[in-house]
Design a protein around this ligand. Structure first.
Ligand SMILES: [Zn+2]
Ligand SMILES: [Zn+2]
Length: 132
């Protein structure tokens, strides 16, 4: 089941579904752009192209190509240099939102936070025990 929404591109009302986040007209346009990009990148001599190179050669916005990569519409397996920037450090990544390095950093932060919390808890318990 879809729900009524305004198309983010042309503002027209349409029935949105997870697979289709723009109106049918814009979707068709997007599909054409996708084919342009896909026809470009699947040529042997363009397989090694990076995202900016693809965007420039096809005149398609990088954000759109990133969307296709994220949604899995554009499969990266055959295109070793294609990726999009990590949301934290702008390193090129090929899946998820942040790179491995940032993911590790985030985990460390969480661990520190947890340790800090545990320490505070222990302190509280010991002051509590000391009272008795
Ligand atoms: Zn539209
Ligand atoms: Zn990163």
């Amino acid at each position: 089941m879809g729900e009524l929404a305004n198309c983010p591109k042309c503002d027209k009302l349409f029935v949105a579904t997870p697979a289709q986040d723009v109106c049918p007209t814009c979707y068709k346009e997007e599909q054409q752009l996708f084919e342009t990009v896909y026809n470009y990148i699947r040529k042997k001599e363009n397989r090694m192209a990076t995202l900016p190179e693809v965007a420039e050669a096809t005149d398609v916005e990088e954000t759109l190509v990133i969307k296709w990569i994220r949604t899995g519409k554009l499969k990266l397996a055959q295109f070793p240099n294609l990726g999009y920037p990590c949301e934290k450090c702008k390193t090129l990544i090929r899946q998820g939102k942040i790179c491995d390095q940032c993911a590790k950093g985030l985990q460390q932060d969480l661990k520190h936070l947890q340790e800090e919390e545990d320490r505070l808890k222990k302190e509280k318990t010991s002051t509590f025990l000391r009272k008795f």
